[in-house]
Design a protein around this ligand. Structure first.
Ligand code: HEC
Length: 143
C-alpha cells in the first residue's frame, strides 16, 4: 500500500499519467519507464508518451545497420515474445521476453540498460534512444 502511494507521488511529480504506471505493471518497471520518459522529453519537448505500436514496429522491423545475422529483434526473440527464443549468434536458448510469461522482465535497470545497448547495436548498428526503449518496454508489458 505504502509503496503504491509513493509510486503515485513519484508519477505525479514527473507528470506521468497513472495509466502509464498501471500499464508498466510493477514499480521497478514504472521507474525505468519514468527515467526514459524524462530523457525522451529532454530530447524532444513535444514527447507525449510511449507507444505500444511504435514498440511493436521496432520489435518486428528489419534493419540493415547492424550485424548481418541479426536484422531484427525477432532474430533472437522470435516473432512471438511469449515463446522461448534462440540467440542467432551463439545458438543459446533465450527465455521468453514477454511480461505476461515472465513478470520479472524489464524490472532490473542494469540488465535492461545492458541489453538495450548491446542488442540495439547488434540490430540497428547503434544504441536505442530513450523513446525507442520506452516504446519497446511498453509493447512488451502488453505481451
Ligand atoms: C543476438 C540475439 C539478440 C537480438 C538480436 C536481440 N536480443 Fe534482446 N536479448 C538477448 C538475450 C540473450 C537477452 C537476455 C535474455 C535473458 O535475460 O534471459 C536479451 C534481453 C533483452 C532485454 C532485457 C530483458 C529483461 O529481462 O530486462 C531487452 C530490453 C532486449 N533484449 C531488447 C532487445 C531489442 C530492443 C532488440 C531489437 C532491437 C533485441 N533485444 C534483439 C538477445 C538478443
Amino acid at each position: 500500500m505504502k509503496r503504491r502511494y509513493l509510486l503515485v507521488l513519484a508519477a505525479a511529480a514527473i507528470g506521468l499519467p497513472l495509466a502509464a504506471i498501471a500499464a508498466a505493471g510493477s514499480p521497478e518497471r514504472a521507474a525505468i519507464l519514468a527515467e526514459y520518459a524524462t530523457r525522451a522529453r529532454a530530447a524532444d519537448p513535444g514527447f507525449s508518451g510511449f507507444s505500444m505500436q511504435r514498440g511493436e514496429a521496432l520489435f518486428r522491423g528489419s534493419f540493415s545497420g547492424g550485424d548481418a545475422r541479426t536484422p531484427s529483434c525477432m532474430s533472437c526473440h522470435t516473432a512471438d515474445p511469449r515463446q522461448p527464443g534462440r540467440n542467432a549468434k551463439t545458438g543459446r536458448p533465450i527465455d521468453p521476453v514477454a511480461v505476461s510469461v515472465d513478470p520479472r522482465r524489464y524490472t532490473d535497470a542494469a540488465q535492461v540498460d545492458k541489453h538495450f545497448a548491446r542488442d540495439c547495436k547488434s540490430v540497428l548498428g547503434r544504441d536505442c534512444t530513450a523513446l525507442e526503449r520506452g516504446d519497446y518496454i511498453t509493447f512488451m508489458a502488453g505481451q
